[in-house]
Design a protein around this ligand. Sequence first.
Ligand code: ZN
Ligand code: ZN
Length: 825
Amino acid sequence: MTDYIPDEIESRWQKRWRDEGAFEVTEDPKRPKFYCLEMLPYPSGDIHVGHVRNYCISDVVARYKAMRGFNVLHPIGWDALGLPAENAAIKRGVHPEQWTRENIAGMKRQLQRLGFSYPWSREIATCDPSYYRWNQWFFLRMLEKGIAYRAMAPVNWCPNDKTVLANEQAEGGVCWRCHGPVEQREMEQWFLRITAYQDQLLDDMAKLPAWPDRVLVQQKNWVGRSPGAEVDFPVEGAEAIRIFTTRVDTIYGATFLVLAPEHPRVDGLLAGGSDADLRRSLVAKLRGQDRRARLEGQVEKEGVFTGRYATNPYDGQKVPIWVGNFVLMGYGTGAIMSVPAHDQRDFEFARKYGLEVRVVIQPDGPPLEGAKLPAAYDGPGRLVNSDEFDGLASEDAIPRMAAHAQKKGFGKATVTYRLKDWLISRQRYWGTPIPVVYCPKDGMQPVPDAELPIVLPADAPFTGEGGNPLEKVAAFVNAKCPRCGGPARRETDTMDTFVDSSWYFYRYLSPRKDDGPFDPAAVRYWFPIDLYVGGIEHAILHLVYSRFWTKVMRDLGLVALDEPVTRLFPQGMVHKDGEIMSKSKGNTVAPDDVIAKYGADTLRLYVLFEAPPELSMDWSESRIEGPHRFLQRVWRLVDRHADSLANAPAPGPAAALPEPARELRRKVHQTIARVTRDIEERLQMNTAVAAMMELVNEIYRLEGVAANSPSVLNEALETLIRLLNPFTPHVCEEMWRRLEGPNTPGLVRAPWPAADEAAAREETVELAVQVNGKVRGRITAPVDADEDTVRRRALEEPRVVEMIKGKEVVKVVVVPGRLVSVVTR
Ligand SMILES: [Zn+2]
Ligand SMILES: [Zn+2]
């Protein structure tokens, strides 16, 4: 008897995999490839069980695919730039680089201790100049193409983190990092023109059938393409006002226009009249209100009547022109038609200022009356009070009425988008320096490729007093103009870290290449990524940016791909006591403690077995015991039989085997089919494990009798170990060696077992027997039994005999494989 001692087994196999480079791969055109990817971790300091779950799922697939004969690339790296490192530097006086490197070293040890099948020679860290020089290189290419550009913009500014944030990082006016309030500031910033790709980002979703709908829906909403119309409302003695609307079908219900306080026409319209000064001061007040609060409707709706009127070009009615704080420049034209009957914002404004509410859309049901509406009706319906368009369904009216405006020359159909260009500049140190300089004579000049990488200076001061530490390093700031050779100022903004993660999965292919970001031939071999596993929280941001980046690279002629990822799998979260596990809640679990107690294999098995991988799982220490006991049971089985099975032959034809042996073989081959299907089709690791647990129960039940057929018992154990190997690789390698002898090649590339359909087929089948429509008994019959045999057995079933005693059987119907129906009189 030998004991199962995970610690000893696991460290031995981890060392052997490392020494042998067991997971190192190169392009091999003779073998099919499988690129299995997980989202690279941020080196925050600890691997937590959320990471473990993510990486266990992809590790099972990677190891499984390797056993299926695929050439599997399953790399890992570090998303190593970004704010936390800089904040840690300010707080503890450690340089961001040192903090990052120490965290990487610790987390790498943790990952290795979990036995993941990574090719460590391909490890990358985005804070290496050899990595971020390619961010700079891509930036220069985008600058040449006009995709990268600089502009003044109102930006989201986090006063805590002292940096600009992308819109996506400031949703709801709250900073995604520190959760503090975000302010608006007007600053010169760098952008990437992602809006040039907005239609492709939407249309190419058709090429992503293996992405979950919930991710695509989020991306669709983020791009926010909405068809609408622009319509000119003539103004007497002045230029017409152009409005934008997504509901031109409601234009007969427009009872006033509203301009944004910043609209360039406002001052002109306010001129003249006795109370012009009063109106002007009211508008000034609106202009002073916080933009974001206005956008989100957090301020009371307020407006000022300009004293002027416009004309609705559809029906010639006069409509008053107002200025309102709920309209913003930057969306549409900064001017709207207000339809209070069918838009809630307009409705509230109209009620406040006593403006008319006119119904033009009638849903099914009693007729709506403007004066009595409790709230706006913004759903679809039939047009009323709309002249020639009366009776049209609203969705049909929209294109018809837009076309009408175009024909008559007072408007046109348009499309608007919610997506804004990607603001990538950050006023912080620990990011990729943007490779441009500013010359007093020549203006902004890109740094020549030959001068890349522009490396972060090691001696920046981290005082926490605000401002960008890079600005205080004279040796960094003082540069030479590449055009005139004169003194120039180097750009001190750095790039958003989402730039780093937009293309890192290409760098894994050629991690040490120094004359290009990657080898195009390697991309042709390995791409697209076959499976990408990561958190649903990346549905927008990372997963939109990386799709955009690939499209830009394609247009630069660097790759021949539209989309980088074939199949996306967002794994569920890990909860504890009903709450999301997070550092801030203080309910995180360190895998190290679990590993010390039970071993890495048990931890792996636990997170895979506990819940379907796409659903959240609740962490419970007490439930780790079950998977641990299971591994011990498997261990004992192998330990007990390994010696006697040393020279067992392959099982012969089924007919020659006694029934218990045939039964065991049946279970073995059914399990192969189930586990294969569960991994292959839906990544249902939990049901795959359940199937293997059933198999182990069956082996225990039959091991006594099956011992007379060593070939069958041997096949059962060999199969079990191979099926289990992707889940708990260390203990499987150890048991495999025990079973196959010390010189056996390991399981990393051992063939995945094939299910023998004949062996898996059930030999008998259970049928229900009904008497006059009610189930009265059950019989078993051979699968291939003819109808007469089944009928005879049914009529011999004791309970059925009882039921039909003294009656005349008029009909017996056999539904093969399911039931026998007996009818009596
Ligand atoms: Zn912040
Ligand atoms: Zn110059």
